[in-house]
Design a protein around this ligand. Structure first.
Ligand SMILES: Cc1cc2nc3c(=O)[nH]c(=O)nc-3n(C[C@H](O)[C@H](O)[C@H](O)COP(=O)(O)O)c2cc1C
Length: 354
């Protein structure tokens, strides 16, 4: 029977266990140039040595004017390659597979980054929103492909396209945001034309062995849509699917009464039943017991453990060696790491003890 520490073969890669460090932005670690700093390196060194089989590097902007925040890592120019090379190399040295999450914020591009928030369609609630023309969409497609090509040059095993959380690829995929009636909207295939063109372009530029992952917003806007999108992306050539939430919180799927996880994990397990590629599930999995059950019952191929690994970067090693874990304190209304990682109370408590 497969377990949390079973090896997984993905193309040419042997992944040492089923635990993923999911992408987690560290907004204040870099400057407006988006270049990797020593702070990023120290962070990823700790993360990589923590023991996850796959480390996904945080949302990294493919275009300067599509950033989620002014201080976000970038991969929009060749100047980003040397710093990214350092991260890829330390992840590899720790024995983990490295994926770079590549990202465009679309309609939620930060106002300090651009006067316009570009998306598939105008968002009536956002006066900065702007509907992209077909040639501007082609520019963004090329920026994703160039970003992936730079990631490959930097030594990453692959990329993850950020198609969740209400960002640009999620906006195109979901009829909740995409109201177009041209080649980029109006049917499932058209809504996914941008993603499909990016996937095919990356495959052509980066080769058969390069891992193309996709983080999917499962409620797009309904789970049934998420399932159809997942099948379409599999046919388009992705290697790995990471199921998270989409931008809208309407019509969320109901989880069966006896299902022990939340609707996001439920969506991942439902999508896994419908596709042949490996699936990562995520969100509030929290404990070793819960993570193990998902793998052992074949409800997922991988589990992503986010905030618990922020609170205790050695979470995976501790689980493996049956050692005490420094628990995430589930800060409300949201994780303090968004503001500044130095504010994480669990991490602060840990360093006070040392
Ligand atoms: C501080 C912080 C930053 C995040 N940054 C990203 C990101 O860059 N890209 C992304 O897809 N998700 C991001 N997420 C979502 C996480 O990858 C993950 O899905 C979420 O934390 C739920 O998993 P968990 O309950 O195991 O923490 C972030 C979450 C947190 C708490």
């Amino acid at each position: 029977m497969q377990s949390l520490f079973s090896v997984f073969d993905l193309k040419t890669l042997k992944i040492k266990n089923r635990i993923v460090f999911p992408p987690v932005v560290c907004f204040h670690y870099c400057g407006e140039d988006g270049l990797v700093t020593d702070r990023n390196l120290i962070h990823y060194q700790l993360v990589a040595e923590g023991g996850s089989g796959i480390v996904i590097i945080e949302a990294t902007a493919v275009k300067q004017d599509g950033r989620l925040a002014p201080l976000q890592l970038g991969i929009w120019s060749d100047a980003h390659i040397p710093g990214m090379q350092k991260i890829a190399s330390l992840v590899k040295k720790a024995g983990a597979v490295s994926l770079l999450q590549i990202h465009h914020a679309g309609l939620v591009t930060h106002e300090m980054v651009s006067g316009r928030a570009q998306g598939p369609s105008v968002d009536v609630n956002n006066p900065r929103s702007y509907q992209l023309s077909a040639s501007e969409i082609a520019d963004i497609r090329d920026a994703f492909i160039s970003g992936a090509t730079r990631a490959r040059k930097a030594g990453y095993d692959g990329i993850e396209l950020h198609g969740a959380h209400g960002y640009l690829l999620n906006q195109f995929a979901s009829s909740y945001f995409n109201k177009r009636d041209d080649e980029y909207g109006g049917s499932l295939a058209k809504n996914l034309k941008l993603a499909t063109d990016i996937i095919r372009g990356i495959r052509k530029a980066c080769g058969a062995d390069f891992i193309i992952g996709y983080r999917l917003g499962a409620n797009a806007p309904l789970l049934q849509d998420g399932i159809e999108i997942a099948k379409h992306l599999e046919n388009a050539g992705i290697d790995l699917l990471h199921v998270s939430h989409g931008g809208s919180l309407l019509n969320l799927p109901r989880t069966p009464k006896d299902f022990e996880f939340n609707w996001i994990v439920y969506s991942g397990t439902e999508i896994k039943k419908q596709v042949g590629i490996p699936v990562i599930v995520v969100n509030e999995i929290k404990t070793q017991g819960r993570a193990s059950r998902l793998i052992e019952h074949n409800q997922a191929d991988f589990v992503a453990i986010g905030r618990p690994q922020l609170a205790d970067p050695n979470w995976v090693n501790h689980v493996k060696n049956n050692e005490k874990i420094n628990p995430c304190l589930s800060c409300k209304p949201k994780c303090r790491w968004f503001e500044d990682s130095g504010l994480c109370p669990a991490r602060r408590a840990m360093s006070n003890e040392q």
